[in-house]
Write a protein that binds this ligand. Structure first.
Ligand SMILES: NC(=O)c1ccc[n+]([C@@H]2O[C@H](COP(=O)([O-])OP(=O)(O)OC[C@H]3O[C@@H](n4cnc5c(N)ncnc54)[C@H](OP(=O)(O)O)[C@@H]3O)[C@@H](O)[C@H]2O)c1
Length: 198
């Protein structure tokens, strides 16, 4: 995503949990800033300062409910509040398909979806211009640039690279403002798919 943003002329500040984690982004030409969502909220305000947009793609590595609540719920909420305090205008949240109907799946899936639902709803009620992108299961398949987008879709999959393209393209598509949508791999070029969201 850093590469895509830079290619489109954006100035990128990549939030990372440690300077070492930021080496890849720095090599591409992004500024890096330490921004651990589970750490000090004030540091997040500093990390957001001067930005026009925050894109939160963080997610707990561990599916345990305590980790998910720390990062995907409380961490995402902390990022929203930090963006508000820093005067950021726009916030894109990488959520998950079915986060808006979390009463399904096993215990771990439910707690994950519930964490996303809570932070997504805080974002929707914030002062920020928001977008909630809800991908299906993520894969490491190659970039296709083709997706399927709708308010709600059947269960499916999408590559991480195509999700990155959707997030970046959302910055140029006003229809994605103050809207949440599902996204899966598909047949329609990303820009056209976003321009036809109903
Ligand atoms: N995997 C799926 O099938 C799936 C499906 C739907 C939605 N999602 C969502 O999509 C997003 C990306 O998922 P993924 O599978 O690509 O996850 P991933 O590879 O594990 O990446 C998660 C990222 O979150 C960062 N992170 C973790 N804890 C953090 C913290 N406390 N503060 C700041 N950053 C933190 C990690 O940083 P480090 O590099 O330092 O570890 C990592 O860069 C997540 O929000 C996830 O919930 C995933």
């Amino acid at each position: 995503m850093v590469r895509l943003l830079l290619r489109q002329g954006h100035t990128v500040r990549a939030g990372v949990r440690s300077k070492r984690r930021g080496e890849a982004a720095a090599t591409l030409g992004a500024e890096t800033v330490v921004a651990d969502l589970a750490s000090f909220p004030e540091a997040l305000v500093d990390a957001c300062a001067g930005a026009d947009v925050v894109i939160n793609t963080a997610g707990a590595a561990d599916p345990d409910p305590s980790a998910v609540n720390l990062v995907d719920r409380d961490g995402a909420i902390a990022a929203v509040r930090a963006a508000e305090k820093a005067g950021v205008a726009r916030f894109l949240q990488l959520s998950a398909q079915f986060a808006d109907s979390p009463d399904q799946g096993d215990r771990l899936v439910r707690s994950f979806l519930l964490a996303k639902q809570v932070s997504d709803s805080i974002l929707r009620r914030s002062s920020l211009t928001w977008t909630v992108v809800r991908p299906g299961t993520l894969t490491d398949d190659p970039f296709t640039g083709r997706v399927k987008v709708a308010g709600h879709l059947e269960p499916g999959r999408i590559s991480r690279q195509d999700v990155a393209a959707v997030l970046v393209a959302s910055l140029n598509e006003p229809l994605t403002e103050n809207r949440g949508f599902d996204v899966l791999g598909g047949e329609v070029p990303v820009g056209a798919a976003l321009a036809s969201i109903e």
